[in-house]
Design a protein around this ligand. Structure first.
Ligand SMILES: *[C@@H]1O[C@H](CO)[C@@H](O)[C@H](O)[C@H]1NC(C)=O
Ligand SMILES: *[C@@H]1O[C@H](CO)[C@@H](O)[C@H](O)[C@H]1NC(C)=O
Length: 282
């Protein structure tokens, strides 16, 4: 074997090895994309996830267990959007679902949030004296999920669905508007809202909190609303912010409003020291 041939053979071997590696990588990519696409498109994905969450919630909250049939809830949910254009799902289409879910909202417990979801959930995870929409059966089942269907289809998809702002009447947004309105209308006694001083304005009239929840509060059962403005060290916004005056004015006249600034460090203390009174929890 001459040096030239040797060169050429080992060159081929190297090229072949490269080719195998490239083919392998391509194959893995195809598999990963295929599997995730398959899972995302599979109608069973959303359905089994929702049913599983419903059963989990019932186990964790025995008080709602007997009144709620997860399969019936799924059917009521699905009929809101299945077979419809995914930009034409009216909010009222979820009325049947709202009626199918039986859960009493305890007075003094509701914690609304706006641009502070993670903080609110960190709080209610640790302290059961408050609950957000996502701590109710309805919110728990659908939190962070995406779903839609299409005309003449019986299926539920979880990909290629319109995003939150792509069109107003998308299945996900209409659901959260309906569910938020329902929670607000059922909120009694003393309500709280967690707002963030890091966003401007902390009370935004385009938010779901303002445009749906505040609008649906029932003044005959609600006494007060306490806003907690979580303030990080560099935040300049405080309870004198004009938007908080707007919030006070947006509330039904008999609902007493208060606002408290809460340093983020104090908020974090509330998560670690459960004996410390926080957000009206003792
Ligand atoms: C709600 O708070 C009010 C005033 O603090 C209290 O009188 C009432 O008993 C509370 N209701 C519940 C269900 O805890
Ligand atoms: C407000 O609550 C009262 C007392 O539960 C109820 O009779 C009334 O229908 C509610 N109003 C609305 C608009 O839901």
């Amino acid at each position: 074997m001459s040096d030239d041939q040797y060169e050429s053979v080992s060159g081929n071997t190297r090229r072949n090895r490269c080719l195998y590696i490239v083919l392998g990588v391509v194959l893995i990519c195809v598999l990963v994309v295929g599997v995730s696409l398959g899972l995302a498109l599979s109608p069973k994905g959303v359905k089994s996830e929702i049913l599983q969450r419903c059963e989990t919630y019932k186990k964790l909250h025995p008080e709602v267990s007997s009144g709620n049939d997860c399969q019936k809830i799924w059917t009521a949910f699905e009929q809101a959007y299945v077979g419809r254009n995914s930009c034409d799902v009216p909010v009222e289409n979820y009325d049947t679902l709202i009626r199918a879910v039986k859960q009493e909202i305890q007075c003094n417990k509701t914690l609304f949030w706006s641009k502070s979801k993670d903080l609110a959930h960190a709080f209610t995870e640790k302290r059961k004296c408050k609950m957000t929409l996502e701590d109710t059966l309805l919110g728990y089942m659908l939190d962070d999920l995406t779903w839609c269907s299409k005309p003449d289809s019986k299926e539920t998809f979880s990909s290629n669905c319109p995003g939150w702002t792509d069109c107003e009447k998308n299945p996900v947004r209409s659901f959260w508007v309906r569910a938020s309105a329902n929670l607000a209308a059922s909120t009694c006694g003393h309500a709280s809202v967690l707002l963030s001083a890091s966003v401007n304005p902390p009370y935004n009239q385009n938010s779901i909190f303002s445009s749906v929840e505040v609008q649906n509060l029932n003044h005959s059962i609600l006494d007060s609303m306490a806003a907690y403005l979580v303030t990080d060290v560099t935040d300049k916004t405080n309870c004198n912010d004009a938007s908080l005056v707007t919030l006070k004015n947006d509330l039904p006249p008999n609902v007493e409003f208060s606002c408290k600034e809460m340093p983020l460090s104090d908020f974090q203390m509330c998560l670690s020291d459960l004996d410390k009174p926080c957000l009206g929890c003792h």
